[in-house]
Structure formats: structure tokens, C-alpha cells
Write a protein that binds this ligand. Structure first.
Ligand SMILES: CC(C)(COP(=O)(O)OP(=O)(O)OC[C@H]1O[C@@H](n2cnc3c(N)ncnc32)[C@H](O)[C@@H]1OP(=O)(O)O)[C@@H](O)C(=O)NCCC(=O)NCCS
Length: 143
């Protein structure tokens, strides 16, 4: 992703401070992904459409990819978000060329709802088209 360029300790500290502030204001919830005591990535959700629609993202260190960790972390985040009564739906977007990312919403039962031009800055490996996936709040089970 473009923001990885120039990544250093100070930018990480700044990011953590911003993450705490945005958590406190209820705009963005950012989680470290720590499968066995070592941080290997993060997943995040941010307010997208009032308080009803939220978008999710996930990022792993390359050494942690290919083991289902992003899918498990995102599944946990989906469960956390639907525990909040005001959350009606969740969305995941990724560049059309990002097939590793597309597998996460597909495995979790999201449905592709549209494709649209990606807002800048684009990842160098991207084609500039965002695929949007959506998962509605599950209907309450019958009593
Ligand atoms: C997108 C990204 C997080 C996906 O990572 P990933 O490792 O492909 O996804 P998962 O952690 O869910 O792992 C899935 C892989 O583990 C395998 N796997 C093993 N056990 C699994 C399980 N229990 N459940 C799901 N997958 C499992 C799958 O078969 C799959 O391998 P495959 O791609 O060879 O079929 C990762 O590629 C990444 O960080 N990319 C850079 C950042 C990025 O693009 N983020 C998204 C921006 S929209």
C-alpha cells in the first residue's frame, strides 16, 4: 500500500496515537493481529455511512500470509461489529487485482455489490478499480 513507503518507528508511534484517539471518538477501531504473541498485522473498521455502515480492512506481514490469519481476524471483527446494535451492514473493498484480499470477504459470506473507480492514492500493483463487498446484519433467529 502507498502508505507503507517511508514507514519507520516514529510513523508507527504517530499511527498508534491517532488510532487511540479515533477509537476514543468511535470513528475507527483498529486491532493488532497477534496469533501467538507476536504482532503480524492489523485489522481495522471505520465508520462509513453514519453509524449503520462500516468498512473493514486487513493487512498482514508477508510471512504471516497463506495461513488463514486474515480470514480469522476479519471474522472476529465481523462478530464484534454485529454485537453493536446500530451496525446494519459491513463492507470490504479492495483493488480488482488484489485476489488475496478478495478471498477474505468471499470466505466470510460477503456478496460483491459493485465495482467503482478507486480513490487515489492507488497501490502500484492495483488497476484502479475497487470491488465492493457487503454483508448485512444477520436476521435475528426465531425465538
Ligand atoms: C490481503 C491479505 C491480508 C490476505 O492474506 P492471506 O494470507 O491471503 O489471507 P488469509 O490469512 O485469510 O489466508 C488465506 C490463505 O490461507 C489458507 N488457509 C489455511 N487455513 C485456512 C483457514 N482456516 N481459513 C482460511 N484460509 C486458510 C487459504 O487456503 C489461503 O491460501 P491460498 O491463498 O493459497 O488459497 C494479505 O495478502 C495482505 O496483507 N496483503 C497486503 C495488504 C492488503 O492488500 N490488504 C487488503 C487491502 S484491501
Amino acid at each position: 500500500m502507498p502508505w507503507v513507503e517511508g514507514h519507520d518507528e516514529q510513523s508507527t508511534r504517530d499511527f498508534l496515537a491517532r488510532s487511540e484517539a479515533k477509537w476514543a471518538s468511535g470513528e475507527v477501531f483498529t486491532y493488532a493481529v497477534v496469533p501467538d504473541g507476536t504482532p503480524v498485522g492489523m485489522c481495522q473498521t471505520y465508520r462509513w455511512d453514519g453509524s449503520a455502515g462500516w468498512r473493514l480492512g486487513y493487512w498482514l506481514h508477508p510471512a504471516a500470509a497463506g495461513r488463514g490469519i486474515a480470514t480469522r481476524a476479519t471474522a472476529a471483527l465481523v462478530a464484534e461489529m454485529f454485537a453493536l446494535p446500530h451496525v446494519a451492514y459491513l463492507e470490504i473493498t479492495h483493488d480488482l487485482a488484489n485476489t488475496a484480499s478478495s478471498a477474505v470477504p468471499r470466505r466470510l459470506g460477503f456478496t460483491e455489490v459493485r465495482r467503482e473507480p478507486a480513490p487515489p492514492p492507488a497501490a502500484p500493483s492495483g488497476v484502479g478499480v475497487d470491488v465492493v463487498w457487503r454483508l448485512d446484519r444477520p436476521a435475528p433467529s426465531a425465538p
